[in-house]
Design a protein around this ligand. Structure first.
Ligand SMILES: NC(=O)C1=CN([C@@H]2O[C@H](COP(=O)(O)OP(=O)(O)OC[C@H]3O[C@@H](n4cnc5c(N)ncnc54)[C@H](O)[C@@H]3O)[C@@H](O)[C@H]2O)[C@@H](O)CC1
Ligand SMILES: Nc1ncnc2c1ncn2[C@@H]1O[C@H](COP(=O)(O)OP(=O)(O)O)[C@@H](O)[C@H]1O
Ligand SMILES: [K+]
Length: 503
């Protein structure tokens, strides 16, 4: 069994893909069937977690997830746990493997309750109501069970996925079990990792049921891991100079939003860009950033004329004025790698000519929308984006011929070759103004330092969240965490990753 942080690059499969894998595996003769393995793994994990908690409630659903729970019940009973099994479904309609598990449970002397008995004080709960087979809203019977368990405020071990959660999208079907631990089987599913998934899953563990990951079919989706993102980093040559480390141009900072451009610029500087220019649109734009005088501030029209810029970030605090539109047009028509955030995305959403200009670019474009910006780009609501974060990010990537980072809990990085990644780092401390500006500056810095756009994007997304996680672990958040703090921590982490120092 693996915890998330111990996983090497790990494939993520949607429900349809997992079903195909299960069908293939079911045809291969093994001494122990997959359900038996899943139930045993769950019981062993329960034993590890709750060795001193003997009274357990096990909820069994109408499909194979329920079958897993019945197997777990049988093992736990044989280890002298006091097990109460609740099954409200129709035994005659159970799929064959689950029906066998029910029979084995009964053969072992187990009994079934058709509702949760009153007046029993359980120590913990096993949630085996639904797994990846749930594809519609919970009906009242199951909704009541889910609500009842959530009210108990007990430790809950969810099998495969918390019941009620959509394993593809991370959205609850009306309600979902709030688990303290989720033991998922065979491989990761996106719904565990993005949108509401992390809120419902608690600690996520993976049991591959003895199936070697190399034998699974290749997946378009993967979990981002530290090992993968840092693989492109290397120490600077001793004989380095600032010209080698690239220069980032930031376009933004209209009236009242100069801070956004400054944050992007400071992030670019502290993530290692050799030179950082900021072209601000504000009427009385500052001539210098007193806190960061290394930044070079200039008129935005001038920025686009500067020789030797390696990469442009357009959008932080850009506004949507005619001047902003004209500047953005120029930025998109440049041959430079381009990171587009915030109002740059909003302008593209309402100017189809800009969108088609973007599609035809030869150099890399990276779009970093939050769900509302993604909704504007696709002409749909924020809610619709969140219902299918992966699909939405892939559609934007393909339509705009761009790398896309769909931000928010479990950010999705999507590519035009239809591959996608989910980022496991980050926390609600990042839900404050300026965090997106910092991310765009970080990507700019890494591209300027000659990382490939894909690698720069994946590394920045992971680093941005990891810096926030480090800060929260030291008590600097989540409440009141600031974008400026994230910049400084990202600098420390990046040095640590490249030079192995405990800074
Ligand atoms: N098939 C296999 O080989 C394996 C399956 N495993 C387990 O099986 C699970 C998938 O099993 P299933 O495909 O049977 O699906 P589930 O057990 O997740 O649930 C599907 C069942 O729920 C019913 N249902 C769906 N939505 C409902 C709703 N809103 N209200 C009431 N009933 C509803 C369906 O009619 C079906 O009977 C996995 O998540 C995993 O836990 C594991 O044992 C590993 C091996
Ligand atoms: N709950 C969360 N968990 C993980 N990451 C988060 C969370 N909330 C926000 N973030 C991250 O913080 C950043 C916020 O960006 P954005 O919404 O554009 O902020 P702003 O526009 O204020 O700069 C994104 O990278 C996003 O993924
Ligand atoms: K479950």
């Amino acid at each position: 069994m693996n915890t998330l942080s111990s996983l090497l690059p790990s494939p993520i499969y949607r429900a349809q893909e997992i079903k195909l894998i299960e069908e293939t595996l079911a045809k291969q003769p093994t001494p122990l069937g997959l359900m038996e393995k899943a139930g045993l793994a769950a019981a062993e994990f329960g034993l590890e977690l709750f060795i001193d908690k003997p009274v357990v409630l096990i909820l069994v659903g109408p499909g194979n997830n329920g079958g897993d729970a019945l197997v777990a019940a049988r093992y736990l009973k044989s280890w002298f746990y006091q097990v109460t099994v609740v099954f409200t479904g129709n035994a005659e309609k159970l799929p064959p493997d689950a029906a066998k598990s029910l029979q084995s449970w009964k053969d072992a002397g187990g009994t079934i309750h058709d509702s949760i008995p009153d007046n029993v004080q359980w120590d913990w709960v096993v949630d085996g109501l639904f797994g990846i087979g749930l594809a519609r809203d919970l009906d009242k019977r199951y909704l009541d069970l889910v609500k009842r368990v959530n009210q108990m405020q007990l430790p809950v071990l969810a099998l495969d996925i918390p019941s009620g959660l959509d394993s593809d999208s991370g959205q609850p079907f009306r309600a979902a079990i709030r688990a303290t631990h989720t033991l998922t089987f065979l491989a990761l599913k996106p719904g565990l990792l993005t949108a509401y998934g992390p809120d419902y899953c608690g600690e996520i563990h993976l049991d591959q049921l003895g199936i070697e990951p190399e034998t699974l079919p290749p997946s378009k989706g993967n979990l981002l891991t530290q090992k993968q993102v840092i693989s492109a980093l290397k120490p600077r040559p001793l004989n380095s100079h600032k010209g080698m480390l690239g220069s980032v141009g930031i376009l933004g900072g209209a009236n009242t939003m100069t801070g956004a451009a400054l944050l992007a610029g400071r992030a670019a500087l502290k993530c290692g860009a050799g030179l950082v220019y900021i072209g601000m649109l504000a009427d009385s734009a500052p001539a210098v950033d007193i806190q960061q005088p290394e930044l070079m501030l200039c008129a935005p029209e001038q920025l686009l004329e500067i020789e030797g810029i390696s990469c442009l970030v357009a959008g932080p605090g850009l506004g949507q004025s005619d001047r902003a539109l004209a500047l953005l047009q120029n930025a998109i028509s440049s041959d430079l790698p381009l990171i587009l955030d915030a109002d740059a995305l909003n302008l593209i959403a309402v100017h189809p000519d800009l969108a088609s200009q973007l599609q035809n670019r030869k150099s890399a474009s990276i779009l970093t929308p939050h769900p509302a910006e993604a909704g504007r780009l696709l002409g749909c609501s924020n809610h619709e984006i969140q219902q299918d974060r992966i699909g939405s990010a892939l559609v934007i990537a393909s339509r705009q011929n761009s790398i896309v980072v769909l931000k928010g809990a479990g950010s999705i990085c999507a590519f035009t070759d239809e591959t996608w990644y989910i980022n496991p780092t980050g926390n609600p401390g990042l839900s404050s103004a300026g965090m997106g500006d910092v991310l765009s500056g970080m990507i700019g810095a890494l591209i300027a330092q000659k990382l490939k756009p894909k690698q720069a994007t994946l590394l920045s997304v992971y680093l941005h969240g990891a810096a926030a996680d480090k800060l929260v672990s030291r008590g600097f958040g989540p409440i009141g965490l600031t974008a400026s703090e994230v910049i400084d921590e990202a600098k420390h982490l990046l040095n640590n990753w490249v030079y192995g120092k405990n800074s």
